[in-house]
Design a protein around this ligand. Structure first.
Ligand code: NAP
Length: 288
């Protein structure tokens, strides 16, 4: 069963789908199985998990059952997971190996440092940079062994990105951060462009809340689409991959219908004009 979802080329030479299923708060074997099943039917080939979501094992199990059912193999899907903030630093190897064993899919396509800080440490703690560097060196080692096909970071600020780029041996492939019309992340996007890092969006629906914004609703009405489709189209039309989460199979399916229409320049500009720096998720700007 092939997919028509377009992809972006990472600096590792591998293609990553522009659409993936977010899985934060997708818990319990039945909910995970149902969402992954609906996603595979709708053409999704990318799945975004994390150690802190506590669903890596359920995602791995669901895929092992569902891939053959849909005539797919491990190589047809792109799995992302993330090192938990509690494992930042000297526990990084243990944390990453735990993700690999929980997913139990042989390798992970993309593994990210979830957060620039360390759980249990103050954001101003001067040990944070050293812990990040140690985590990155661990990810580089597992990448060299082929266990992590690509490595990257999440929630890094421009300063964290520059620190990493200046010290790394393996370049990060992806930066995953919050991105939607109210948070256009212009500085981070230009840092990613400068260093050849793929900029990937999370919470592109503003955790669902942005689907009720009057500007989004008006544009959706005018183009005969759902507000969620408009929000994701705004991102992918700029080449930014998205990871909408839904536990509702009908929404999972509808959320994939974003590659068969185009937003006009004025709609794109109208959405970008909502930029006000609003964050629905966590904020790493104070992490040293
Ligand atoms: P999101 O995708 O922006 O929004 C998810 C919410 O929107 C859910 O409550 C969902 O409810 C609802 N929803 C989904 N489709 C909808 C539709 N068509 N119409 C109306 N509401 C809809 O939020 P997110 O889960 O925070 O972000 C997406 C993914 O990004 C996460 O699942 C995770 O994989 C990743 N993420 C990463 C980080 C990080 O630190 N790296 C942080 C946050 C998120 P239902 O489930 O009931 O449909």
């Amino acid at each position: 069963m092939s997919s028509t979802i377009p992809s972006v080329l990472l600096n590792t030479g591998v293609q990553m789908p522009l659409l993936g299923l977010g899985t934060y708060k997708l818990v319990g074997p039945e909910d995970v199985y149902r969402a992954v099943d609906a996603a595979l039917v709708a053409g999704y080939r990318s799945f975004d998990s994390a150690a802190v979501y506590r669903n890596e094992a359920e995602l791995g199990r669901a895929l092992k059952e569902l891939l053959p059912k849909h005539g797919l193999t491990r190589e047809d899907v792109f799995i992302t997971s993330k090192l938990g903030p509690k494992d930042q630093g000297e526990r990084a190897m243990q944390g990453a190996l735990h993700s690999l064993s929980q997913l139990d899919l042989g390798y992970i396509d993309l593994y990210l440092i979830h957060w620039p800080g360390t759980q249990g440490m103050d954001v101003t703690d001067q040990r944070n940079p050293g812990n990040r560097a140690q985590s990155w060196a661990t990810l580089e080692e597992l990448h060299a062994q082929g266990k992590l096909k690509a490595i990257g970071v999440s929630n890094y600020t421009p300063a964290h990105m520059k620190e990493l780029i200046q010290s790394c041996r393996t370049h990060p492939a992806v930066l995953q951060v919050e991105f939607h019309p109210q948070l256009c992340q212009r500085e981070l996007r230009s840092v990613c462009e400068e260093y050849g890092v793929c900029f990937q969006a999370y919470s592109s629906l503003g955790k669902g809340e942005l689907t009720a914004h009057h500007v989004v609703m008006e544009i959706a009405k005018n183009c005969g689409r759902t507000p969620a489709q408009v929000l994701m189209r705004w991102a992918v039309q700029q080449g930014v991959p998205v990871l909408p989460k839904s536990s509702n199979p009908d929404r999972v399916k509808d959320n994939a219908r974003i590659f068969d229409f185009t937003l006009s320049d004025s709609d794109m500009d109208g959405l970008s004009a909502l930029d006000c720096g609003h964050k629905y998720c966590w904020d790493a700007s104070q992490v040293v």
